[in-house]
Design a protein. Structure first.
Length: 235
């Protein structure tokens, strides 16, 4: 594999929020998770375990719990451009990979560093490995954040995940329904904005931080409102 192949996989991996019903072969899920386990992790603690969920009733139950927190976030912050219908679609993917993190494995690194951050970072890298591997097979993925609070507790209970595990992320996997995604009005801001990436020249500094590139609070705020997918100025 060369740079161009990797670049294509990185570019092709795009979050998908409308999936076809076609099942995903089990061998592909196995291959994807085989790549995930090669992810780097803090102190090589390998905190991940995966629940592969395909049962429709279970996926609906998970969706209900996870989406509730987004609804609450929207209630508290009306500027959060959240559509429940979009988020719940994530859980209609044929397969959900629930990425579980074993908190006990945090003891692999010294107490001073033991904050939950290293666990989180390891799990996030693992989730991205899943996404990249799925992309190789023409599969689409998304990212459903769970992390803390009642949804995490509920998801663990639904899936009989032991207390010691965290559930930060669920990665839906399936074949993308590109037409449906294109036609879904609620996805318009996502379609318009999600492909945007900051230029290399704006984010790379040579030898030391170049203050010419430092963005003021106002500029960062402007970025958030004009480029991100869930902060949309009211029309
Ligand atoms: C940590 C993290 C959490 C995310 N959580 C969600 C989520 O809960 N729901 C969702 O639809 N997308 C979620 N996303 C996907 C981002 O919105 C998406 O990656 C971003 O808009 C860029 O689009 P792309 O993935 O198509 O390149 C998440 C991504 C990351 C890295």
């Amino acid at each position: 594999m060369d740079y161009q192949d990797l670049l294509e996989i990185a570019r092709d991996r795009r979050s998908c929020r409308r999936f076809k019903k076609d099942p995903v072969p089990t061998e592909l899920i196995d291959k994807i998770l085989d790549i995930a386990r090669y992810s780097p992790s803090a102190a090589n603690s390998q905190p991940w375990e995966f629940v592969v969920a395909k049962d429709s009733a279970m996926k609906r139950a998970i969706s209900k719990e996870v989406v509730s927190v987004y609804k609450e976030a929207k209630r508290r912050e009306p500027t959060f451009n959240f559509k429940a219908a979009v988020q719940s679609q994530l859980f209609t993917a044929p397969v959900l990979i629930v990425v579980c993190g074993d908190r006990r494995r945090q003891q692999a690194y010294p107490a001073l560093l033991r904050g939950r951050e290293l666990l989180r970072q390891s799990l996030a890298i693992c989730a991205y490995s899943i996404q990249l591997a799925a992309t190789c097979f023409g599969l689409a993925t998304a990212w459903a954040t769970v992390q803390w609070g009642p949804p995490e507790v509920a998801v663990k209970k639904l899936l009989s995940i032991p207390e010691v595990f965290t559930v930060d992320h669920i990665i839906p996997i399936g074949y993308p329904d590109i037409d449906k995604e294109r036609r879904t009005r609620a996805l318009t801001p996502v379609r318009e904005r999600a492909h945007f990436r900051r230029e290399l020249r704006d984010i790379v500094h040579c030898e030391r931080y170049d203050m010419e590139k430092y963005r003021s609070d106002e500029e960062v705020n402007e970025f958030i409102w004009s480029k991100t997918v869930t902060r949309i100025r009211p029309g």
